[in-house]
Design a protein around this ligand. Structure first.
Ligand SMILES: Cc1cc2nc3c(=O)[nH]c(=O)nc-3n(C[C@H](O)[C@H](O)[C@H](O)COP(=O)(O)O)c2cc1C
Length: 192
């Protein structure tokens, strides 16, 4: 059985919604999702690093804060240096998703930080493989549109300043679900 760890931080609950959708997608592809929530900056990251190390793939999730990953996810990245010393994650499949308030908001940079971390570990990064959700030029793609934010590096969701049970919208959750399924499928193929 292929396992996919989803290591994520969510300060206010919106990225957690995306993480659950990613996990649903992993399960829909026949793999086992392992949701690993980062609680905050000061926790001991050793058990999270160990749990992630057991998985066939690791998907990183973070809100975009000041145009980058949140500090708790960055702390997890730094804690993963003990695995980097032995290239323990080399050839493991990697992916990432982020949630932000604005349509742009420098979320590319958040995904870029995740990609750099994955490349430092020698991991194999998987993009969305999805066409842009606003391909036909409608600058405000409908909330139910898949890949509404039109990202290829990783899954991107957008939430307004409302409760996580109403935002991010359905299309974004489906984007995250499809992404989880894609990463799990790639991981299973490589494992076979
Ligand atoms: C300190 C801080 C910085 C933020 N910076 C950005 C940003 O650069 N780009 C963006 O799109 N949203 C930004 N936001 C908005 C959050 O990404 C947004 O509220 C998101 O829903 C938070 O996810 P969470 O509920 O999982 O914490 C920022 C929010 C905070 C609190």
């Amino acid at each position: 059985m292929t396992t996919v760890a989803i290591v994520y931080h969510s300060g206010y609950g919106h990225t957690a919604v995306a993480a659950q959708s990613v996990a649903d997608g992993v399960a829909s592809a026949g793999a086992t999702p392992v949701l690993l929530k980062i609680e905050g900056l000061t926790q001991n990251f050793d058990s999270l690093v160990d749990e992630a190390s057991k998985a066939d793939a690791i998907i990183f999730g973070s809100p975009t804060y000041m145009g980058d990953v949140s500090a708790p996810l960055k702390a997890f990245f730094e804690a993963s240096s003990k695995v980097w010393m032995t290239l323990g994650w080399k050839d493991k499949v990697a992916g990432g998703f982020t949630n932000g308030l604005t349509v742009g908001g420098n979320k590319d940079n958040t995904l870029g930080s995740m990609i750099v971390l994955a490349m430092q570990h020698g991991m194999i990064w998987v993009g969305t493989g999805l066409p842009p959700g606003n391909f036909e030029g409608n600058s405000k793609a409908a909330p139910e549109a898949v890949n509404r934010m039109s990202y290829s590096l990783g899954a991107v969701t957008q939430s307004d300043n409302a409760a996580p049970d109403v935002t991010p919208p359905a299309g974004d959750k489906e984007t995250a679900r499809l992404y989880g399924a894609r990463v799990a499928t790639v991981a299973a193929r490589l494992k076979a």
